[in-house]
Design a protein around this ligand. Structure first.
Ligand SMILES: [Zn+2]
Length: 447
């Protein structure tokens, strides 16, 4: 069968029966554990202190005995020898070919060392993602991405090339120029954050007089870097604006490109289980959750990342297994609806647990509201106050009262909280290209 007509990037691995997948994961886990223990002083000390030796891990269940590691540990070792990564790395420093770092959204950036083999691995994992989303050799893919110190779409770029697509790096261009290049070159796909996917559509309409759904040839968009791609209301907005299918991808700089939505869009993302082990840990009891539908914290292991191994990395991201299978036939397990929230971000406001993604889901589901919004949680005296800033779409200003009352009702239903809502002129709230900072909790600073 010609390559273009295959359904899977790797038909063998992507349809492996569960027991075989488990056996493969156990084997690969033991291999990376042994690698880290033998080659990384940090990991060797870490496990010795816990009284663990690689030989202790014999079965899949044994994996739970391995202590979890956290981002803070990565920060602690960096700046030390071998500079600048510290002794977590498991290869001689001469073998490192690429430096990247995390975006620093949750504190000091964490440095990432990669060897050339690691880059080939990043690219290969992206092939699974893109192939499952319909990318083929005939596609011309634009990357409206500021090629920079962040790993983000660098790996996607190499992955798309490895798959056989034609890749256009749209780095040092402004938004208008990027849109025009995509149009002129008849690009069929691009990849960006949900915020930027919506922002580009607005720029096309308002500054260039173009309707992306009608005037460009984009058939698919890979959304990554923020949760929007797995929030149905945000996804719908993106798909309508571009007249294209939008597929979500979730990755982690410290770990790798571990999940993807396929063309069947079952409501969740496949975990790339041949390359990663995802475990979900109950937030209160710490037990590993195997059953679908229950939220917990994601603990993830990258099986094949050699320079800087990530073994049982505590992501603090809250996810749950899906209760459904995917019609695409992949046996890789699905997580339901993407990342539900951050164990850190989910915060108590007025005594109620609030996940910022819930506010986004409401705002983006109301078509009369603009795509941008801001949430500021502060203290008014002893009481928590939530201010939500929104924009009303041009031409809908006359309906402000009914739009706002609908918004407040929906917010109350979805989050059990009341909000002060401020309307700002359309286009006046900040637009972001990378990680949006729409949720601000300033209570701690004030006290
Ligand atoms: Zn699928």
């Amino acid at each position: 069968m010609p390559k273009d007509q295959r359904i899977y990037w790797n038909p063998l691995l992507e349809t492996l029966p569960r027991e075989k997948l488990r056996a493969l994961q156990t084997k690969k886990f033991r291999r990376i554990l042994d690698w880290a223990y033998s080659n990384s002083p940090f990991y060797r000390n870490f496990y010795k202190e816990a009284g663990l030796e690689p030989g202790d891990i014999k079965t899949f269940e044994d994996i739970r005995k391995v202590p979890k590691m956290e981002k803070g540990m990565m920060r602690e070792v960096q700046q030390k020898d071998p500079f600048p990564y510290g002794d977590m790395i498991a290869v001689p420093i001469e073998k490192v070919t690429a430096f990247r770092q995390t975006s620093g959204t949750t504190g000091t950036p964490v440095y990432q060392a990669c060897t050339w083999d690691d880059w080939e691995w990043w690219a290969e994992t992206w092939c699974y993602i893109l192939y499952a989303q319909g990318y083929r050799e005939s596609d011309r893919v634009f990357l409206p991405f500021g090629y920079n110190i962040f790993v983000a779409f660098w790996a996607a770029h190499y992955g798309a090339e490895r798959l056989g697509c034609e890749v256009i790096p749209g780095g040092a261009l402004n938004t208008e120029a990027r849109i025009l290049r995509m149009k002129d070159l008849k690009c069929t796909a691009f990849m960006a954050t949900p915020t930027y996917i919506l922002g580009m559509a607005e720029t096309a309409k308002n500054k260039l007089g173009l309707d992306p759904a009608r005037d460009l040839d984009i058939a698919m968009i890979t959304s990554a870097g923020e949760p929007g791609g797995c929030i149905p209301a945000t996804k719908k907005r993106m798909e309508e604006a571009w007249g294209a299918k939008v597929y979500d991808h979730i990755g982690l700089t410290e770990v790798g490109s571990w999940s993807y939505e396929c063309t069947e869009q079952p409501g969740g993302q496949h975990v790339l289980e041949a390359y990663f082990l995802v475990e979900i840990e109950d937030l209160e009891t710490g037990e590993i959750i195997e059953k679908p539908g229950r939220n917990g914290k994601m603990i993830i292991t990258s099986f094949d990342r050699l320079a800087k191994p990530s073994i049982r990395f505590d992501t603090k991201d809250v996810i749950r297994w899906a209760e459904y299978d995917c019609p695409c036939g992949r046996t890789f397990r699905l997580i339901d609806g993407g990342i539900v929230g951050r164990a850190d971000d989910i915060t108590k406001v007025k005594g109620v647990l609030l996940a910022p993604t819930a506010i986004e889901a409401v705002v983006r589901s109301i078509p009369e509201l603009g795509p941008e919004f801001e949430v500021i949680v502060s203290k008014k005296g002893e009481l928590d106050d939530i201010l939500l800033r929104v924009e009303i779409m041009p031409g809908k200003e006359g309906e402000e009262q009914s739009i706002l009352s609908h918004l407040k009702d929906q917010l109350r239903v979805r989050t059990n909280l009341g909000y002060r809502v401020e309307v700002h002129p359309y286009g006046s709230l900040p637009r972001y290209e990378v990680k949006a900072k729409r949720f601000k909790d300033i209570r701690k600073k004030e006290t």
